[in-house]
Design a protein around this ligand. Structure first.
Ligand code: FE2
Length: 433
């Protein structure tokens, strides 16, 4: 007797007519429908041949600044730097309660969208560490709904501001999970490299992961990812370090990139591209042609590296749109990187599911027995259709419990003498006239 069985599911690897049996908060069995046909459960869900995926994962977000679009005013230049200045003005005016409220509201959007694991950077530049307190509280109180992992992010530069490294250490002492950084925003390239060394040493001493905003610029000479790979190797942090953005790789000389990628492979660097934000913030100094500003996703995947896509920003000083929809993120990543082959489109789905989980180090993620039952039933037949339609999340399951439902998207046309239902699926579930 199971607690829940989902029957007639299609899985992301295209296995169809599958059943997923859940006991407690874990997946107990994943078998063809016929094998579990006689199995009983307290609750059943008929997937009707639609896609059941492990929940979406956002490997790069900023919960402390989300949902503050237009505060203190709208970013007129649309650049990263104006966004940083606006956030610098806004930060001292925020209370802990205000951050808790907006972060909670965003997490509700995320959960409704089947996004159940978020790595959020939290700014440690404010000596009061109000945002750290607030997001630690949110991480704890929202645990029944989603996994929140926090990165200590020195937004104003780890070396630029006096006492910043001490503040970062304090944030880690308080329970923040991951060491962050922003080497391209330090005063000089040399100080940027030094910040990487010191931050990686802090992570090595404490046995933590690292995730740095790295080379978020169109400047092809911004080469901090090279130092990040070297320090990862030197300190034995292989597989525990993520380079976020890596935008300058888009503009680098090919000869240099051909030497850089093997270094990244040696360090097993994780990579997070943020397609919505990269395409919006980068290339702002260009006339035409305008650069896309996203790192070389297909080439990094080809080299065997794990590449995830992040949402990064939603309605904040850097970005005016967004809704916590990781399929929108995958959709944009697919277009920006021209990842249009069948295989590459599936990679884009992985970039917001399994690859994100790998970046976050979620060991109980997936669709195998023993994994945590964090699942989403989509109104789509496969990952490509899910991206194409930004498919409705029909059912969201957290730890074996249904925590969100959305009705299927369907239009009703008056067509000829009768009615026709449209759901935009290639092979509609109900093709009625
Ligand atoms: Fe970011």
């Amino acid at each position: 007797m199971f607690d829940l069985i989902i029957r007639h599911a299609t899985l992301p690897d295209d296995q169809s007519q599958m059943s997923i049996a859940i006991t407690g908060n874990q997946i107990a069995e994943v078998e063809p429908d016929a094998v579990l046909a006689a199995a009983k459960a307290a609750h059943e869900i008929d997937a009707q041949g639609q896609l059941v995926s492990p929940a979406f994962v956002d490997a790069h977000f900023h919960l402390d600044s989300a949902l503050r679009y237009g505060q203190p005013r709208i970013n007129q230049s649309g650049t990263l730097l104006e966004g940083i200045h606006l956030w610098g003005e806004l930060k001292p005016t925020l209370s802990q309660d205000a951050i808790v409220q907006t972060a909670t509201r965003y997490c509700q959007w995320a959960v409704a969208n089947g996004l159940l694991a978020i790595r959020s950077h939290v700014d440690v530049s404010d000596p009061r560490l109000l945002a750290v307190e607030a997001l630690l509280h949110v991480r704890q109180t929202l645990k029944p709904y989603l996994d929140l992992q926090l990165v200590a992010f020195p937004q104003d530069g780890a070396k630029r501001s006096p006492g910043m490294l001490d503040q970062l250490r304090r944030a880690l002492d308080m329970g923040v999970d991951v060491v962050g950084g922003i080497p391209h925003f330090e005063r000089t390239a040399a100080e940027g490299a030094q910040s990487i060394r010191e931050l990686c040493e802090i992570a090595a001493d404490r046995g933590l992961m690292v995730d740095m905003h790295c080379d978020e610029t169109d400047d092809p000479m911004s080469r901090h990812v090279e130092t990040l790979a070297a320090e990862t190797h030197r300190l034995g942090l292989t597989g525990r370090v993520t380079g976020s953005h890596l935008s300058s790789m888009h503009s680098m000389d090919n000869d240099y990139v051909n030497r850089l990628i093997p270094l990244m492979v040696q360090a097993n660097l994780r990579v997070v591209a943020n397609p919505l934000i990269n395409i919006t913030l980068q290339g702002r100094q260009d006339t035409y042609p305008k650069r896309r500003g996203m790192t070389r996703v297909p080439e990094l995947l080809q080299a065997g590296l794990t590449v995830a896509f992040g949402q990064d920003c939603v309605m904040d000083p850097w970005y005016s749109l967004g809704s916590g929809d990781m399929l929108e993120v995958a959709h944009m990543g697919l277009h920006v990187a021209q990842m249009t082959s069948q295989f590459a489109m599936r990679d884009c789905f992985s970039a917001v599911t399994t690859s994100g989980a790998e970046v976050m180090g979620l060991t109980d993620y997936g669709l195998a027995p023993g994994a945590r039952a964090d699942l989403v039933l989509l109104q789509a037949r496969d990952p490509i259709e899910a991206i194409r339609l930004r498919a409705t999340r029909l059912v969201v399951i957290r730890g074996g419990k249904v925590i969100a439902k959305t009705p299927p998207r369907q239009a009703h046309l008056a067509w000829g003498d009768g009615q026709r239902s449209i759901d935009w699926l290639t092979n509609p579930v109900d093709q009625n006239c």
